[in-house]
Design a binder for this molecule. Structure first.
Ligand SMILES: NC(=O)c1ccc[n+]([C@@H]2O[C@H](COP(=O)([O-])OP(=O)(O)OC[C@H]3O[C@@H](n4cnc5c(N)ncnc54)[C@H](OP(=O)(O)O)[C@@H]3O)[C@@H](O)[C@H]2O)c1
Length: 350
């Protein structure tokens, strides 16, 4: 049986409904009774109400937790404490680099407890992480990895809130195995995501953390496709970054986000698709560069998140995930993404 924490949030509710439709044994959980009661009554599921720091008292009979309550910088650590104390596997849909790094640092403790720590089982990072694993298989000597995605579709309130929380932090890449802070939109390049070239800029996406653990490649940059004018606008906003992390500014933006963002509706989730691109590189002793490029096409980011999170829970419940910290591509291999609904690839080139 698995417990879904944050079950009445936008993403949590999508996962709850799909788990129910698939006949899965799920307990719905969250910190507020009212929205949880309504959802549990409608889906005829068990529900448990508790704040995240009391989780250890509420995991009786639970084999695996799927945490959909973000920002995960607030919820992952206390939920992992509870999972380690009770011998429960932990999965979440974070995309937050710092959260991946914090959970990676708990690898030894999780392994000793026989517990799987598998963050990032949503759109961030399943397709990009599986693509990274695929590229590392194609070019095992690779020293540099570039990953990118072109996602057309609106975001949910929680994703916007998580993004607001990280405003002001600038960008990040991995250099020689270490995460390095860089300015926003630090590099831009033209990328053919599979539909002709478009402009993309570096972003501090979860793979800056995870791709290293999945592939061992120490230099990682992640790019997002942006409209042509956006590069200049992003760079022009750099002097404002310190202002954007002031509590007054983030609090105001947070309340705005929750008032105006509703998350993509069903029609938008069905219509929009996403393209994912990756390139592994190595320069040989002769100075000649070798490259491998591969691409994927996926459904809408939220549709994929629901499917990939449930698939990862099922594989974990079946005992397929190792104990300790792991990543989607590391735990289940590159082909994991190809088993998800509507995913096409790998399209190999280079
Ligand atoms: N990896 C991916 O690709 C991916 C995909 C989708 C979403 N996400 C991430 O998932 C998170 C949720 O997104 P969403 O759109 O579902 O947001 P949402 O609609 O705002 O829902 C957030 C949920 O988390 C709960 N929550 C927040 N802080 C909490 C805390 N400190 N303790 C207990 N519960 C807490 C909320 O409960 P209350 O209402 O009681 O505050 C709510 O149930 C975001 O961080 C988003 O970035 C990632």
């Amino acid at each position: 049986m698995f417990l879904l924490y944050g079950a009445y949030g936008y993403t949590g509710e999508l996962v709850a409904r799909e788990a129910n439709a698939r006949g899965r044994d799920v307990v719905l959980a969250g910190r507020r009774a009212d929205p949880l009661d309504d959802l549990a009554a409608e889906l005829d599921c068990e529900r448990r109400v508790f704040p995240v720091d009391a989780a250890a008292d509420h995991l009786d009979g639970v084999d695996c937790v799927l945490n959909c309550a973000g920002p995960f910088a607030e919820t992952a650590d206390p939920m992992v404490d509870a999972c380690l104390a009770t011998g429960t596997d932990y999965l979440d849909v974070t995309g937050e680099m710092e959260v991946f790094e914090a959970l990676a640092a708990r690898d030894a403790a999780a392994e000793a407890a026989g517990v799987t720590l598998l963050p990032g089982v949503g759109f961030d990072v399943v397709p990009t992480d599986c693509l990274a694993a695929h590229l590392a298989e194609r070019l095992p000597e690779a020293t540099h990895l570039r990953l990118g995605f072109d996602a057309l579709g609106s975001v949910s309130p929680g994703t916007a809130a998580t993004a607001v929380d990280s405003l002001g932090e600038g960008g990040a890449v991995r250099r020689d195995g270490r995460i390095q802070r860089v300015p926003s939109a630090w590099k831009s390049r033209r990328i053919d995501f599979g539909d002709g070239e478009r402009t993309a800029v570096t972003i501090p996406w979860g793979d800056v953390a995870t791709a290293y653990y999945t592939t061992g490649i120490g230099n990682v940059e992640v790019y997002a496709g942006v409209p042509p004018g956006a590069v200049l606008a992003l760079r022009a906003s750099r002097p404002l970054e310190p202002l954007l992390s002031l509590p007054l500014v983030t609090d105001t933006l947070q309340s705005l986000v929750h008032r105006v963002a509703a998350g993509p509706g069903e029609r938008k989730r069905e219509r929009t698709t996403c393209r994912v691109w990756g390139e592994a590189r190595v320069v040989g002793e002769s100075g000649i560069e070798r490259r491998a490029v591969s691409r994927l096409r996926t459904p809408n980011t939220y549709a994929l998140t629901v499917d990939s999170a449930l698939a990862a829970v099922e594989r974990t419940l079946s005992g397929d995930a190792p104990a300790g910290f792991t990543t989607p591509g590391g735990a289940f291999g590159p082909e994991f993404v190809l088993g998800l609904d509507g995913v096409e690839g790998f399209d190999d080139a280079g």
